[in-house]
Structure formats: structure tokens, C-alpha cells
Design a protein around this ligand. Structure first.
Ligand code: NDP
Ligand SMILES: O=CC(=O)O
Length: 295
């Protein structure tokens, strides 16, 4: 199967490499074209525009930062829409809001193409290991045709029905994750300020009913103020913002998520947006008056 791949950031690169290593032919494009070279070393072909990728491949996956990037790659000059046509499938795996997905879906289907949104749960390591959880919605036929690729990229794929449902599910999951990360950061601060060992707190948490892979993986690096980005904080804040907008539309009060969003915004204002989202711990420490140097 030949697959086009647009967007070679942290996630897109890992996913495209996985496809190549499992025998897929992959043609890549990235806004910063130089990033394609690492993929060429793995056997990928390179095209210079999204349109050229679509023209070449029956199926194209996109993994882009946010709604404005997702829209730009489709609607701007040399974009997807210029060439998408009957029989071509476009699968957007970026985390965006339902309206963005719907806008892209309608434009592509108007030109005769098929559209699937398929945001993923799981970060850099699950992407490298092919262990993502795929939240697909849209054209069912395209979902069935692209399953061999999803089976390489993920450990489980869900088909959630109409376009928008994948985006909504992803935003709900990440709203919970962002809120948990804030509660965790406050807990670490409280333990520290009240004279407890944070390492002992991690050990206690890991043995109890609220043990989870995120605390286990991020806790030790947070204690070292080490925030090499797996999931960039600016993207987590984007997801909180989009989840809060979904809450607005549905009249769901989310004071915990709103407070967590404020902490992520604060972290961005401290220049931490490109670090891992666990760097919100530094913003929480600043708010509690026990800041360490931000790294
Ligand atoms: N990292 C993670 O753990 C996870 C991320 N996600 C979601 O996946 C998506 C990608 O995340 P991630 O790989 O971490 O992000 P990165 O920031 O590492 O990569 C973003 C990608 O989007 C491209 N891009 C940004 N703006 C534009 C634009 N205007 N036009 C064209 N391309 C653009 C970048 O190109 P360039 O190289 O030129 O900057 C890059 O390829 C996001 O929606 C994120 O929320 C979902 C699950 C986990
Ligand atoms: O979107 C981020 C993730 O870890 O999932």
C-alpha cells in the first residue's frame, strides 16, 4: 500500500517511520522540507507540496499541529484541495476541533474524495512503538481500507461514526489528561512544601488505586525538572482550549479544566510552550512561590 504523509513533527515522523519499517511505500511532505531527509534515509520519497503528495498517493495521512495548520494544508495554495478527486482518501490524524474536521471533510467530499478524521491517544513512545489508540470517524469505507496502516500505527482503533466524533473523543480524553497533570503537579508541590519526599509520594501513588502510566512515566523526570518534549505543552493548552469550547457549546461547566487551562497558559507565558506538557509543574511551582529555575 502506498501512503502519503503530511507533517513530520514528533508524532508524524515516528508514525511515518513505522509505516516504512512495516513495508509500506511512503511519500512525505513537511512545511520545513529539510525534515523530510531523515525519512528519505528510511526509504521514503519526498514531494515538495501537499498537492504533489495527494496526486501521487491513493491514501494520504496528515499529522499537523493544530486547526490552523490542518486548514492551511488543505485550503492554501498547492494544498490538498487543489488535486483531491474521486477515489482518493484523506485521513487527518491531527488533534483539532469538530468544526475544523467538518470543514475539511465537506470540502474534500465536494471534490469527490473520502475523508476520515483519526486523532490519536498516546504520545511519542507509543507512536514509535505502534501502540497508539486511534479515534476514527467519517467515511466507513475509508476506515476499512486504511485498517492495515492503522494496525501498524496503533494497538486499537475505534470507529466512532460521523465526522466530529473522533475530535470530540480526543478532546475529552486530553481535557482529563491535562486536568490530571495539574492535580499531580499541585500534589508534588504540596508534598514538597509540607516537608515530604516527592519520590516517596510517587512510590505511594504507584501502589494505589490512582496509579497510572502518566504519573509513573512523567513523575521522575518532573522531579529532575527535565522536560524534553514528547507532547509539547503548547499542544496540550490548545487541546484544553478546544475542549473548553466544546464545553461551552454543550453548556457543560468545567471549572477543573478551566483552572488547568489557566496553568498551561501561565506556563506558555513563562516560555515553556515547546517543552513537554509536564513542565506545567514549573508554572504551578511559580504560583505556589516555590519556583525552581525554568529549563
Ligand atoms: N506529541 C504528542 O504526544 C501527541 C500529539 N498529538 C497531536 O498530534 C499533532 C502533531 O503533534 P506533534 O507531532 O507533537 O507536533 P509538532 O509540533 O512536533 O509537529 C507539528 C507539525 O505540524 C507542522 N505545521 C505546523 N504549522 C503548520 C502550518 N501552518 N502549515 C503546515 N504545517 C504546519 C509542523 O511543520 P514544521 O516542521 O515545518 O514546523 C510539524 O510537521 C497535534 O495536533 C498534537 O496535538 C496527539 C497525540 C500525542
Ligand atoms: O495528545 C497527547 C497524548 O498523549 O495522547
Amino acid at each position: 500500500m502506498e501512503i502519503g504523509f503530511l507533517g513530520l513533527g514528533i508524532m508524524g515522523k515516528a508514525m511515518a517511520v513505522n509505516l516504512l519499517r512495516h513495508g509500506f511505500k511512503v511519500t512525505v511532505w513537511n512545511r520545513t522540507l529539510s525534515k523530510c531527509e531523515e525519512l528519505a534515509a528510511e526509504g521514503a520519497s519526498i514531494e515538495e507540496t501537499p498537492a504533489a503528495v495527494i496526486k501521487k498517493c491513493k491514501y494520504t495521512i496528515a499529522m499537523l499541529s493544530d486547526p490552523s495548520a490542518a486548514l492551511s494544508v488543505v485550503f492554501d495554495k498547492d494544498g490538498v484541495l487543489e488535486v483531491i478527486c474521486d477515489g482518493k482518501g484523506y485521513i487527518d490524524m491531527s488533534t483539532v476541533d469538530p468544526d475544523t474536521s467538518l470543514k475539511i471533510s465537506e470540502a474534500i467530499e465536494h471534490k469527490g474524495g473520502y475523508f476520515l478524521e483519526a486523532p490519536v491517544s498516546g504520545s511519542k513512545k507509543p507512536a514509535e512503538d505502534g501502540q497508539l489508540v486511534i479515534l476514527a470517524a467519517g467515511k466507513k469505507e475509508l476506515y476499512e481500507e486504511i485498517i492495515p496502516a492503522f494496525d501498524v500505527l496503533g494497538k486499537k482503533s475505534f470507529y466512532l461514526g460521523q465526522v466530529g466524533n473522533g475530535a470530540k473523543m480526543k478532546l475529552v480524553v486530553n481535557m482529563i489528561m491535562g486536568s490530571m497533570m495539574n492535580a499531580f503537579s499541585e500534589g508534588l508541590c504540596l508534598a514538597d512544601r509540607s516537608g515530604l519526599s516527592c519520590q516517596t509520594l510517587l512510590d505511594v501513588l504507584d501502589l494505589g488505586g490512582i496509579a497510572n502510566p502518566m504519573f509513573k512515566m512523567k513523575g521522575p523526570t518532573m522531579l529532575q525538572s527535565s522536560y524534553s518534549p514528547a507532547f509539547p505543552l503548547k499542544h496540550q493548552q490548545k487541546d484544553m482550549r478546544l475542549a473548553l469550547a466544546l464545553g461551552d457549546e454543550n453548556a457543560v461547566s468545567m471549572p477543573v479544566a478551566a483552572a488547568a487551562n489557566e496553568a498551561f497558559k501561565k506556563a506558555r507565558s513563562l516560555g515553556l510552550g515547546d517543552l513537554d506538557f509536564s513542565a506545567v509543574y514549573e508554572a504551578v511551582k511559580v504560583a505556589e512561590g516555590s519556583a525552581s529555575a525554568t529549563k
